[in-house]
Design a protein around this ligand. Structure first.
Ligand code: CA
Length: 241
């Protein structure tokens, strides 16, 4: 890690909060903790956090709401901590602006790997990309326009679609591999995720969010097609300007 990243841990359970703080401090991260959503929002107004570890089940506020709030004000990285199967379904199903999630109970090494992976992704996308002039940075498909240099996406009606970093990086990988079926682990590499397990659903979560933003009918996708048990294919033909 290139510098001393500042991480906010929002967790109401004292033992878990202390465990998270000590795990991250052992990795030389600067850690600030909060035990309630209200406290976290006050801290977020004072500090420029690089990443927030956010418990979904809080006494005073819904974690998904906090994620949305934080994301509307900054480009901080967000990892949700969830403890129940139905929570995972909510995180996957709702548009809430988190970059990743970790289920409790978590393996310390996995948690640290997820944090480092997301920080690496944030570091990469915060560094301005070298563009070859302005040339060959635009991809067009089915009326859509994607500008890789500006990291923007316009729908066929000319409206800009807001994507998170990870969503944009994944869409870029899909578009650049249009017409081919791309394996999940290839796509994880493309978004800078270093940690992979056979049950990792990061890519599925991101694809589901992209479909909600892009597909006419997210349940019958025509743009990002599922290849069951393997990965995804970007179906439209893409032209490069
Ligand atoms: Ca909790």
């Amino acid at each position: 890690m290139p510098r001393n990243y500042h991480i906010l841990v929002l967790e109401d359970e004292p033992a878990t909060r202390a465990l998270l703080a000590s795990l991250l401090e052992a990795e030389s991260f600067r850690v600030t903790t909060a035990e309630s959503a209200g406290q976290a929002q006050e801290l977020a107004a004072l500090h420029n956090f690089d990443l927030v570890l956010l418990d979904l089940n809080l006494p005073d506020e819904d974690g998904l709401y906090i994620a949305r709030e934080l994301r509307s004000k900054s480009d901080v990285g967000i990892i949700m901590l969830t403890s129940r199967k139905e929570d995972i379904d909510r995180v996957v199903g709702l548009e809430m602006g988190a970059d990743d999630y970790v289920t409790k109970p978590f393996f310390p090494r996995e948690l640290v790997a997820r944090v480092k992976g997301l920080l690496r992704r944030l570091g990469v996308s915060r560094t301005p990309r070298r563009s070859d002039g302005d040339g060959r940075q635009v991809r067009r498909f089915d009326g859509w326009e994607m500008n890789l240099a500006r990291r923007s996406l316009m729908d066929p009606a000319g409206r800009e679609i807001n994507l998170t970093r990870a969503e944009f990086d994944l869409l870029t990988a899909l578009v650049e591999g249009a017409g081919r079926v791309l394996a999940r682990d290839h796509l994880l590499d493309a978004i800078g995720s270093q940690y992979w397990t056979p049950v990792d659903r990061t890519i599925d979560v991101l694809v589901s969010r992209l479909r909600r933003k892009m597909e006419v009918d997210p349940k019958a996708p025509a743009i990002i097609i599922t290849s069951h048990g393997y990965g995804y294919k970007f179906a439209p033909s893409v032209s490069i300007d």
